[in-house]
Write a protein that binds this ligand. Structure first.
Ligand SMILES: Nc1ncnc2c1ncn2[C@@H]1O[C@H](COP(=O)(O)OP(=O)(O)OP(=O)(O)O)[C@@H](O)[C@H]1O
Ligand SMILES: [Mg+2]
Length: 468
């Protein structure tokens, strides 16, 4: 053994001479050692302290080594146990291995062999722990249904998802197009007790009025011309699962009425039928439209709005969490690498910096499409060109848009909006190029650190998100 070992070993043996000699040997090798003179005492110690490995005799007077092993593995299945047998009892050794012993040795033990076996078992234990950890990390990512983010603002959104996933309350996911509304709906479903039942998406804007109704609720044979046999609707398909009503702002008035009734009564009947079908589907709806405005203009029913809006989750635009961009871009470069002949491409610093300045009207979906296209078009490994629309780049520096259908803000407010916007871009760009180093940012802006921290707090910028 070239390096000292580390770990806490429990030695169980009713032979005092063996215990003491082994303790000396193991301590010299760098290990921490506890002794038990019987299987019963061994079990007591296992409860009291945490061990990395157990070395146990097989033949002991009270609780035999095999019974001790069985009990120890029952309590701590991951704990490696090396058994020591008196000479000749191969059968017991086989039995021990069958019960999950990590290894076995015959007495009298060769010291070197004993140390090698211990080292080996400890190493296996470390690797097992690493694998468990990696698995947990992977699940962490996966169970958030591919939502990649590191910004504070998305952390809040993810916390909200975690908070309500297990409940049955209706959720309304809001956000500009391409911000990941469907991704959130899926994350809600796959993190709920309904995950083994279906997730049924319905795009409410894709179908004309009468088709949407039969899509949602199904129909009986003969309900209308062409209804040659009974068909169940999406609410029934989503039994015990989740129904995702995408683009809910686009459903026509007549369907709004029917939907409201279904949500209130938790049952409905198929078109042309009168049998009540009970609903057991969690409802997640999504929209990028301004439902409040639609309500005021009587395009969206107020009662339905309140039914759906029990728990709104609003997704920030990509502009509002531009610090997530490098991470999400990496995610897409990896995910779509086969489009570029399985070569993992990367973005040049200039391209990345242009992307950080861009306004992303199409949000993450736009980013996704741009990256896919760039992977296909780029011959080498580094993406040096990306097709951002120049118009959108300029709009960024001119401050918040003004339009006639919204109230025009007071001039001062409008100006400060422009200043904030510019400041935010500037600080984010510096943070990005200097990996979150606030000292550097302060220096380059020729202000003190405190000022930068205050501005970042006002603008909800998290410098940690830039440190990688
Ligand atoms: N945080 C994220 N990390 C990784 N991928 C994301 C993230 N957010 C969105 N995406 C991806 O971006 C694409 C658009 O997301 P999604 O379809 O959920 O958006 P949406 O808000 O429903 O868009 P639309 O309004 O256009 O329907 C999807 O391919 C999704 O996987
Ligand atoms: Mg969508």
């Amino acid at each position: 053994m070239t390096t000292a070992m580390s770990g806490h070993i429990l030695v169980v043996d009713d032979d005092k001479a063996f215990r003491v000699a082994t303790r000396t040997l193991l301590r010299d090798a760098g290990l921490e050692v506890s002794l038990a003179n019987s299987g019963a005492e061994g079990l007591v110690l296992l409860e009291k302290a945490s061990f990395d490995l157990v070395l146990s005799d097989i033949v002991m007077t009270d609780l035999g080594g095999i019974d001790f092993l069985r009990e120890a593995k029952r309590r701590q299945p991951e704990l490696p146990v090396i058994m020591v047998t008196g000479f000749g009892s191969v059968e017991t050794a086989v039995e021990a291995m069958r019960l999950g012993a990590a290894d076995y040795l015959t007495k009298p033990c060769n010291n070197k062999e004993l140390l090698i076996k211990i080292d080996h078992a400890l190493d296996g234990r470390r690797k097992d722990r690493e694998i468990v950890q990696l698995k947990e990390e992977l699940q962490g990512v996966y169970s958030f249904g591919n939502i990649v983010s590191r910004s504070e603002i998305m952390k809040d959104v993810i916390d909200q998802i975690k908070q309500v996933a297990e409940t049955d309350v209706s959720i309304l996911v809001r956000g500009e197009s391409g911000t990941g509304k469907e991704l959130v709906a899926r994350a809600l479903h796959f993190n709920s007790g309904r995950r083994d039942a279906p997730f049924i998406p319905v795009n409410c804007s894709a179908l004309p009025e009468n088709l949407l109704e039969s899509e949602l609720f199904g129909y009986e044979k003969g309900a209308f011309t062409g209804a040659q046999k009974q068909r169940i609707g999406k609410f029934e398909e989503a039994y015990r699962g989740t129904i995702f009503l995408d683009e809910i702002g686009d459903i026509p008035q007549s369907v709004q009425v029917k939907l409201l009734r279904v949500l209130q009564e938790k049952s409905f009947s198929r078109i042309g039928g009168n049998e009540a079908v009970s609903v057991d589907a969690r409802v997640v709806a999504a929209t990028n439209r301004n439902l409040e405005l639609m309500m005021r203009e009587n395009d969206f029913r107020e009662d339905l709005y309140y039914r759906l809006n029990v728990f709104p989750i609003t997704l920030p635009s990509l502009r509002q969490r531009i610090e997530d961009l490098p991470l999400i871009a990496e995610h897409f470069l990896e995910r779509y690498k086969e489009l570029g002949g399985n070569v993992r491409k990367s973005l040049s610093p200039e391209v990345l910096s242009d992307m950080m300045m861009y306004s992303w009207p199409g949000n993450i979906r736009e980013l996704q499409n741009l990256i896919k296209r760039a992977i296909i078009k780029t011959r080498g490994e580094v993406i040096e060109r990306i097709e951002l629309s120049a118009e959108q780049m300029e709009e960024q520096s001119s401050g918040p848009g003004l339009s006639a259908d919204e109230t025009v803000p007071p001039f001062r407010e409008y100006l400060s909006g422009i200043v904030n916007n510019a400041e935010e871009k500037y600080i984010r760009l510096l943070l990005d190029t200097h990996k979150g180093n606030v000292n550097q940012v302060a220096k380059l802006m020729e202000v003190d650190r405190k000022t930068v921290y205050r501005k970042m707090a006002d603008l909800k910028i998290d410098p940690d998100a830039y440190r990688s």
